[in-house]
Design a protein around this ligand. Structure first.
Ligand SMILES: [Zn+2]
Length: 545
């Protein structure tokens, strides 16, 4: 490829390059030279400014110390306070991943810790935060992300080659097709096409459709969609109405890249694994199995917010904070050289919330915006946040004071953490001395939040870093993991119960309703959207039985 030839021109003869590779939009140089590995900043700087690509230098297998020796060195070098839990070597990529409770103690002052590890071991170190809450499903998700580095190396190189193919000189046109979500809440899915590229935004399920109905999934049989021609899938966030059918694309033969943020990737794994297990529990067949989720994860590329990434010969993606849930992104696509700019928002939030910073709306150019309008109906009126919070707290207090239980149906990701954040501020006030139970995947979603505090608002970030102040580790917060524990909550005294599913379509919330709804002193409080056709909506509309 031409670009790799260009790279060679920048390299000093002493660079001793053993391999030159694309890693999707980026370029990776593998070197046999210790000196070049440890000191290449001038060369790299020049390349980045001329080639407009991110460039990384990594050691070849000739260079790095054996994993056994390197692990000893790493353990000796890093402060105990770092709480290193796992060290994973990826020889084919020259990378070592250090998983620690306190990444800051590994990174050191201005990266000095990492520099030291690099010098002593001759590996490229990378740090990941271990969540401060144990969750098997988070562990499983994390395991999947580091599987099969050899495959990944080849895959990312192939993606890189495809991105750099010459653009055809056809007519310039852009076409956007809706394969779901329009005039309906759920099954978000859009197809963006040019002469050159086919890119999909989101691929979700419809939570309000009856099982087995044709309205469950997007129109993946639309004539304009051919999975073999699909170049990339961009995922805005991990909610099931946007992410639920991503593994299905891989089952049906798509084998290209999936672009999303790191938390979105991990939470998509979590949510879709849960979807499979719930389907089985309810004696329904899931549209895919865990091997399809694995296929998707092995092909996932995770840009940071604000990072500009080429995804096809004529499309450039930039993701920005959407303020909706952990890792959610507004997806901006620049088409051609200044031809057109499209913003696909997914779900977003302009306000700062308990957990997140408000959506980042500073785009240089946008000619077309495709936006969510879930609350955009004629009769939809969203209350100001403060007013809604006050209402929630006063209803909660009232119920607890008269000895009742408060049941709150919530999505595992997003609204549940918002409510927990709000309750954490109440705990410690004298009236609030009741247990708060969380059921369903909420605990796992909480764990995910503690793995990626950098995606949260400054305020929560600080609280999470100090475990004793984390809204997810309050004394009276109990996670329900078994049937017996659920029974205890149901039969015990006044309490608050947060449980999935958010629209009362299944999951543990059904148990709570069954046992707690008949008692007048208990309350059911809705804090999220209830789509047409869901049991939640029927109750809101006054159904009595
Ligand atoms: Zn959402």
């Amino acid at each position: 490829m031409e670009e790799l030839e260009d790279v060679k021109q920048f390299l000093p003869t002493t660079a001793d390059v053993s391999d030159l590779r694309f890693e999707a939009s980026d370029i990776v140089i593998y070197t046999d030279s210790k000196d070049f590995f440890l000191d290449n900043s001038e060369t790299v700087k020049k390349m980045v400014s001329e080639l407009k690509k991110r460039v990384e230098v990594r050691p070849s297998s000739k260079l790095f110390k054996s994993p056994e020796t390197a692990e000893d060195i790493i353990n000796d070098t890093i402060d105990d306070k770092a709480g290193v839990e796992e060290v994973i070597f990826q020889p084919s990529l020259g990378k070592v991943i250090i998983r620690a409770e306190n990444p800051g103690n590994v990174i050191g002052n201005r990266g000095s810790g990492l520099e030291e590890i690099k010098e002593k071991t001759l590996w490229s170190p990378q740090v990941e935060r271990v969540p401060s809450i144990n969750s098997k499903i988070v562990d499983r998700a994390r395991e999947l992300t580091v599987e099969d580095p050899e495959f990944r190396k080849q895959f990312l190189h192939d993606v890189g080659e495809k991105i750099r193919l010459d653009k055809s000189v056809g007519e310039e046109w852009i076409r956007l097709a809706s394969l779901g979500a329009c005039r309906q809440v759920g099954r978000s899915c859009f197809l963006l096409q040019t002469e050159e590229s086919n890119v999909m935004f989101d691929c979700g399920i419809n939570p309000s459709a009856e099982p087995g109905s044709t309205e469950n999934f997007p129109y993946l049989n639309a004539p304009e969609l051919n999975l073999q021609d699909l170049d990339a899938v961009v995922l805005s966030h991990a909610h099931m109405d946007h992410a639920g059918m991503i593994p299905y694309l891989y089952k049906m033969g798509y084998d290209g890249p999936l672009y999303c943020t790191k938390p979105t990737r991990d939470m998509m794994i979590m949510q879709t694994l849960d979807y499979i297990s719930i389907s089985h529990k309810e004696n329904q067949s899931a549209p895919y199995d865990s091997s399809d989720i694995k296929k998707a994860v092995k092909r996932t590329i995770t840009p940071e917010y604000g990072e500009v990434t080429d995804i096809t010969p004529d499309m450039r993606l930039t993701m920005r904070n959407a303020g909706h849930i952990l890792g959610s992104a507004l997806c901006h696509i620049h088409v051609g050289e200044g031809l057109h700019n499209i913003l696909y928002t997914g779900d977003y939030n302009y306000d700062s919330s308990e957990m997140l910073r408000p959506a980042d709306t500073n785009f240089q150019r946008v000619e077309t915006m495709v936006t969510e309008a879930t609350y955009g109906g004629n009769n939809d009126e969203q209350q100001p946040r403060e007013k809604a919070q006050k209402k929630f707290l006063s209803k909660m207090k009232q119920t607890l004071n008269k000895g009742g239980k408060v049941v709150v149906p919530v999505f595992a990701i997003g609204r549940s953490q918002e409510i927990l954040g709000m309750l954490a501020d109440e705990i410690g006030r004298d009236y609030f001395d009741y247990p708060v139970y969380i059921d369903g995947m909420i605990k796992d979603a909480n764990a995910m939040h503690t793995a990626y505090p950098e995606y949260l608002s400054e305020k929560v970030q600080k609280k999470i870093m100090k475990d004793d102040d984390s809204p997810f580790l309050k004394e009276n917060l109990h996670s329900i993991g078994s049937y017996n524990e659920r029974e205890e909550a149901i039969e015990g005294g006044p309490c608050v119960i947060l449980s999935t599913s958010g629209m009362v379509t299944g999951g543990p919330i059904m148990e709570y309703l069954k046992y707690l709804a008949p008692e007048e002193k208990n309350s059911l409080i809705f804090v999220g959207y209830q789509a047409e056709g869901t049991l939640g909506r029927k109750i809101q509309n006054g159904a009595e039985r």
